[in-house]
Write a protein that binds this ligand. Structure first.
Ligand SMILES: [Zn+2]
Length: 100
């Protein structure tokens, strides 16, 4: 067994995924680079569509359930966005866009 100190993903213990495509409900975040490049764990990143470039990071949504996901950081981590936080991100994005 090989131990890794790179955080691969974080999940809600005991919860089951509401969406099989993105894993929302159980999955909270995962390492985007690892998901795209490694065979283990295998994750289908094609479920994440409609990237919107924000000032910091990129907002995606799940092709199956429209759950918003926010990609940011170094290394890049994809985070499930709580629905109540989406309007905040939207407002922030629009303000940034009108200023640019
Ligand atoms: Zn989904």
């Amino acid at each position: 067994m090989r131990l890794s100190f790179i955080q691969v993903s974080s999940s809600r213990l005991g919860a089951s995924a509401k969406c099989p495509a993105c894993g929302t409900g159980a999955l909270l975040s995962f390492n985007w680079e690892l998901a795209r490049t490694s065979e283990q764990p295998r994750r289908d990143v094609s479920a994440f569509v409609h990237p919107r470039q924000l000032r910091y990071g990129v907002l995606y949504e799940c092709v199956a359930c429209s759950q918003p996901w926010y990609l940011c950081g170094e290394p890049q981590v994809m985070n499930a966005v709580a629905p109540e936080r989406l309007s905040l991100i939207d407002r922030w994005f629009q303000r940034w866009q009108t200023r640019a």
